[in-house]
Design a protein around this ligand. Structure first.
Ligand code: ADP
Length: 219
């Protein structure tokens, strides 16, 4: 079996991790593992996990390390993750990064891509972001009238995420700076960090990520 290709995608909220992961998932035939999507799906379905985390998500705070680590551990045991996975939104604390290393072994993570976007720009992107409640497709607030609030891909309702309101945006960006930014040094010290400019067209960002992956002979 070829070596597993586990890639961590880091970047502030609104940096474009989800958009890029969807593209990379099809390019590399890897599952897109987004802890945010898993948690939101649980809230929507009203499962015990969802009921436990609903208020945390709405406030834009972080769910406990133990809970997310267990969630990711279970997800990575599924057959489609045997070849590797694109990790989006995890790890986002040092404790999670250390747990992931234990879970996958020392050479488990092949590369960590940091999507760099200035805070002013992500704040603007998040405030104007609207999402389809059913399929997760992303729109801008300026598109809403043209589509009458209905997703063009699946007909679902297009809404504003509760945590894309100003107070929650501030909270999430603060949490990023405090808890997640230290991971840059963590991966850098292991020679695993590649920074990519996220302030360019989605196609150019994808090209830059692919170039970083190929430069290391990973795919
Ligand atoms: P964003 O990165 O834009 O905040 P996500 O979709 O990645 O959005 O995550 C949404 C929310 O889910 C977070 O604000 C947090 O409450 C929770 N969450 C997601 N991933 C993690 C994680 N690794 N650790 C703790 N909480 C998480």
């Amino acid at each position: 079996m070829p070596a597993r290709l586990n890639l961590v995608i880091l970047g502030k909220q609104g940096a474009g991790k989800g958009t890029q992961c969807k593209r990379l998932a099809s390019i590399y035939a890897l599952p897109h593992v987004s802890t945010g999507d898993i948690l939101r799906a649980a809230v929507k379905a009203g499962t015990p996990l969802g009921r436990e985390v609903a208020s945390v998500l709405e406030a834009g705070a972080l769910v406990s390390d133990d809970l997310v680590i267990k969630l990711v551990e279970e997800r990575l045991e599924e057959p489609d993750a045997r070849k590797g996975a694109l990790l989006d939104g995890f790890p986002r604390t040092l404790a999670q990064a250390e747990a992931l290393e234990r879970l996958l072994g020392g050479d488990g993570i092949k590369l960590c891509i940091d999507l760099e976007v200035p805070t002013g720009l992500v704040t603007e992107r998040l405030s104007s972001r609207r999402v389809c409640q059913e399929c997760g497709a992303i729109y801008r607030d300026s598109d809403i009238e043209a589509i009458s609030g209905t997703c063009e891909k699946c007909g679902g309702d297009v809404i504003q995420r509760a945590d894309d309101r100003p107070e929650a945006i501030r909270q999430r960006l603060e949490a990023y700076e405090r808890d997640t930014e230290p991971l840059l040094a963590f991966y850098e010290s292991r020679g695993l960090l590649a920074s990519v400019n996220g302030d360019q067209s989605p196609d150019d960002v994808t090209d830059a990520i692919q170039a970083a992956v190929s430069a290391r002979g990973l795919a």
